[in-house]
Design a binder for this molecule. Sequence first.
Ligand SMILES: *[C@@H]1O[C@H](CO)[C@@H](O)[C@H](O)[C@H]1NC(C)=O
Ligand SMILES: *[C@@H]1O[C@H](CO)[C@@H](O)[C@H](O)[C@H]1NC(C)=O
Ligand SMILES: *[C@@H]1O[C@H](CO)[C@@H](O)[C@H](O)[C@H]1NC(C)=O
Ligand SMILES: *[C@@H]1O[C@H](CO)[C@@H](O)[C@H](O)[C@H]1NC(C)=O
Length: 523
Amino acid sequence: MALGESMLASLLPILSLLLLRGQGCPTACRCYSMTVECGSLSLQHVPPGIPPITQTVFLQDNSITQIHQADLAPLSGLQYLYMQNNSLWALEPGAFLGQQQLLELALNRNRIHLLNSSIFKGLDHLRVLYLAGNQITRLLDFTFCYLPRLQELHLQENSIELLEDQALAGLSSLALLDLSKNQLSTISRDALVPLASLQVLRLTENPWRCDCALHWLGAWIKEGGQRLLSSLDKKIVCSEPPRLAHQSLLDISGNSLICIPPTVHVEPVEATARLGDDLRVSCQASGYPQPLVTWRKVAQSRLGLPRASVRLVGGPRGGNEGSLGEHLASDTGSGMLSLTNITMAHAGKYECEASNPGGSTRVPFQLLVNLSQQQPPRPPPPASGAVSREPLYEAGSMDFRALGAATQTAIAAGISLLALTALLLTVMICRKHRKRKKAKQEESVLYVNDYSDGPTTFAQLEEYRDERGHEMFVINRNKPLFPTYEESGEGAPPGRPGLVPSSETLQDQGLLFQPQIAYEIHC
Ligand SMILES: *[C@@H]1O[C@H](CO)[C@@H](O)[C@H](O)[C@H]1NC(C)=O
Ligand SMILES: *[C@@H]1O[C@H](CO)[C@@H](O)[C@H](O)[C@H]1NC(C)=O
Ligand SMILES: *[C@@H]1O[C@H](CO)[C@@H](O)[C@H](O)[C@H]1NC(C)=O
Ligand SMILES: *[C@@H]1O[C@H](CO)[C@@H](O)[C@H](O)[C@H]1NC(C)=O
């Protein structure tokens, strides 16, 4: 409209005059030179009207809850932004997209609990980021990947319990990383790899779990890493396991930092269900640290196709990440597989996997679906010849369970062979065990682990002994003494009646070990 345009045209000179005179100062704030001060004003939003040429903005001690994309967009020359002690919990992705010149960003003492990498997009020159005193619980992969020039990252006094391996990726200029006063129980070596310029690392006051996964840290600090830690910062105190509580990681010898690989017990190992049934299968895993338990359905690969698998549940950290349609659900943490309204699609092989830094163990479970009857009580059909005519389906492989006598004999022979193999292996292990016993002339525990420096004596494992003082015998399953499930299962030639397989092998293995494990930590 002509009228609107002319009005705007007549307003423009006035607007620019205001800006030139430096009158563009937000209400109640103080503006001088290129600095705007709006601290302690009970502000609930970033105030509008901050002059675009501003370089420094003080907004601390207010009640601002969010930063929207539009809030800072005009401030392309901003170099310092202080927003500590507000109530920030949401930072819109792209909130700092226009702040290419920003050097320091203070967001400490707010209520931030989730950091999304796209929040930091645009901060190409940021050098210092204060995030201390928030409520951050996890640092996910690539969170800081848009901060190539960051030199200081202050994350102390949060509740960080998970630092993913790639969480610090891209921080190649970082000189200081403060993770003290968080909830970290472990940290992987990989997580620190991207930090090529690191000079100061603070890890104190976290509830460290001094097990095999932290072995590297002790060794690393003793070797070269100590230049990164001041004498105070070296006090990395263990919270767990109890026998190491309150000790400093540096005072503990490498072979005391142990893990116990998971043992898994699935109950039942096989089940036959009718259509519409509900079924719960328990998977109890023990080990140290407490294993993460996952159920998955194993799709059979009959034609040499890659074996697809579906993750069902995570353990403590899981969620219902991915499920097979709506059919499958499971409790998190307890290791319970819970199937409701069973259909044909449920039939097949499942696997419960338990893993911890000491290794991982998988135990199969097989579900057969009895199609012969869909509604409950109906008298069994009158004698019509063969006893076992009901088609017992296994969806994945489409194999019928009703097998000819010859096949059954073959299977039986295969199983006996496997049992014999297992027996032989037991004997081998026992002999090995005895040998060690003699050699060490100590209490008899053989502990084999990639991370530890060698066998660990029972004295160091004492807390894992039960009341009756049962011996413990732990094998690292990362070094397979037996063919693994993968090897024996996948390698099977396609088309072979897939029944004797891997699953039995694994069960035998499980049985083989179970009686020897005297201590169990249940999920
Ligand atoms: C935080 O800000 C509030 C006002 O919102 C103020 O009363 C309080 O003293 C500040 N806390 C600190 C530690 O500065
Ligand atoms: C981060 O934000 C982007 C954009 O809003 C979104 O697509 C992405 O899923 C978020 N990532 C996480 C881990 O929340
Ligand atoms: C069970 O599944 C069948 C077929 O999908 C469906 O028709 C039926 O309503 C389901 N029953 C319950 C109780 O969900
Ligand atoms: C299948 O169901 C029918 C009817 O309930 C039953 O008679 C039969 O024993 C079942 N078969 C198996 C193998 O459980």
